[in-house]
Design a protein around this ligand. Structure first.
Ligand SMILES: *Cc1c(COP(=O)(O)O)cnc(C)c1O
Length: 412
């Protein structure tokens, strides 16, 4: 059958027909895994090399020497074949002993998850809750630590960006609170959803252990877990009773051959991908990456501010200063978030994130990593179209506001 292009409209094709519109490249706008650059994917597609000597060992040694520049530390960086949950375990097992007590600073589901991992390992966990939908309050941390006169708390666990609530915590301010209380506990920070998205200064902020993962701001498929350890953490490591063969930092540093840097066969394809991602980060410049994330986050927030309506959407995080630049959680009021996600996914090729651990309905927009204005505006425009199709209560169209924020960062 051929189309008669001379007719005023294609016969039988009405723009009102309900069809799936999502036939271009699908877009996944969940808070990890993020969009992986084609450059990284292509770099990973290669035959397996000699793992004992030659180019791979050189590539890997270069990466291990360079990886500590990402969280800005002069401490050791470790790369393991694992996901973020494994990296949590690597941090805990290398520094703590059964029966030790840790203080988890909760501001969403992810800090709780890290604490649960510690509990399973026989660590006693106390949770200091932030007020609902708010960031960790440094003053509350100081007060709790001052009360711990015997210094029974061995470590403080916090998440820089909690990917469930989309709370952004002030890591430097929490350090100042720990110092003000004169408390010696190790300070451990999960940056899985924030490294390569927002400023982070491990050494300048006095962080002892940083935890990362490959698949969010670092633009590499899931499969690599990172820990970075400062001097104080390496000292605690010497007497850590939870040390286990696979995660052990000492073996990974001193093991007699390169093979032990990964406690076994290296994650070859991922290392090629990571090399490419580190090159892309260096080409763009970390400060520029942070600025780009700030612009896109501001565009997302501008759209939401306009969409917000009684019984409709609202920010999960109430304090504007505590809203993350890599992920935004929205509460959905009377709007069915499952239906919204379904319309976006099945009719438009856009996957937005499930809400997790929030009161009532919610969903999440991931805005981390390898993103451009067409991707951000496309995501927001598609969500807006789905809300419109659903007849959702909306304060107005957010697209102009989002586009204005992007325009403000452009040179005319
Ligand atoms: C994604 C994420 C995790 C868990 O990572 P997995 O790779 O899914 O195990 C932990 N913490 C934060 C803050 C995260 O964003």
């Amino acid at each position: 059958m051929s189309l008669n292009l001379h007719m005023s409209a294609n016969p039988g094709v009405s723009p009102d027909r309900r069809v799936s519109l999502g036939h271009g490249r699908p877009l996944v706008a969940i808070p990890g895994p993020s969009v992986i650059p084609d450059r990284v994917l292509n770099a990973m597609h290669r035959a397996m090399p000699n793992i004992y000597e030659g180019a791979l060992v050189e590539l890997s040694t270069g990466i291990l020497n360079e990886i500590s520049t990402i969280p800005r530390t002069s401490g050791h960086g470790f790369i393991a074949i694992t996901n973020g949950h494994g990296a949590w375990d690597m941090a805990l097992s290398n520094t703590l002993s059964r029966g030790d007590k840790v203080l988890v600073l909760e501001s969403g589901r992810f800090a709780i998850g890290w604490g649960e991992a510690a509990t399973v390992s026989g660590v006693e966990v106390e949770v200091l809750h932030a007020p609902p939908r708010r960031a960790v309050d440094p003053a509350a941390v100081e007060e709790r630590l001052r009360a711990d006169k015997a210094h029974t708390i061995k470590a403080i666990l916090v998440v820089q960006i909690d990917t469930a609530s989309s709370v952004f915590n002030d890591i430097a301010a929490i350090r100042r609170a720990i110092d003000a209380a004169g408390h010696p506990a190790l300070y451990m920070v999960d940056c899985i959803a924030s490294l390569g998205c927002v400023p982070y200064e491990m050494d300048a902020w006095g962080v002892d252990v940083t935890v990362g993962g490959s698949q969010k701001g670092l633009m590499v498929p899931p499969g690599l877990g990172f820990t970075w350890a400062g001097d104080k953490a390496m000292e605690a490591h010497k007497s850590a009773g939870l040390r286990s063969s696979y995660w052990d930092w000492t073996k990974r540093i001193t093991g007699e051959s390169h093979y032990w840097r990964y406690h076994g066969t290296p994650p070859i394809s991922h290392l090629y991908g990571l090399r490419e991602a580190l090159d892309m980060i260096a080409e763009e410049g970390m400060e520029n990456i942070w600025a780009r994330h700030a612009v896109f986050a501001s565009a997302v927030r501008a759209a939401i501010e306009t969409w917000a309506a009684p019984n409709g959407l609202e920010f999960n995080v109430t304090d504007p200063a505590a809203r993350a630049d890599s992920v935004t959680t929205l509460l959905t009021g009377s709007i069915d978030p499952a239906r919204l996600r379904q319309i976006c996914d099945q009719q438009a090729g856009l996957t937005v994130g499930l809400g997790i651990g929030n009161e009532g309905g919610s969903f999440r927009i991931g805005h981390m990593g390898h993103l451009s204005p067409p991707m951000i505006l496309g995501t927001l425009g598609t969500i807006e179209a789905a809300l419109t199709a659903m007849g959702a209560p909306m304060g107005g169209s957010g697209i102009a506001a989002a586009s204005a924020r992007i325009a403000a960062a452009m040179q005319g």
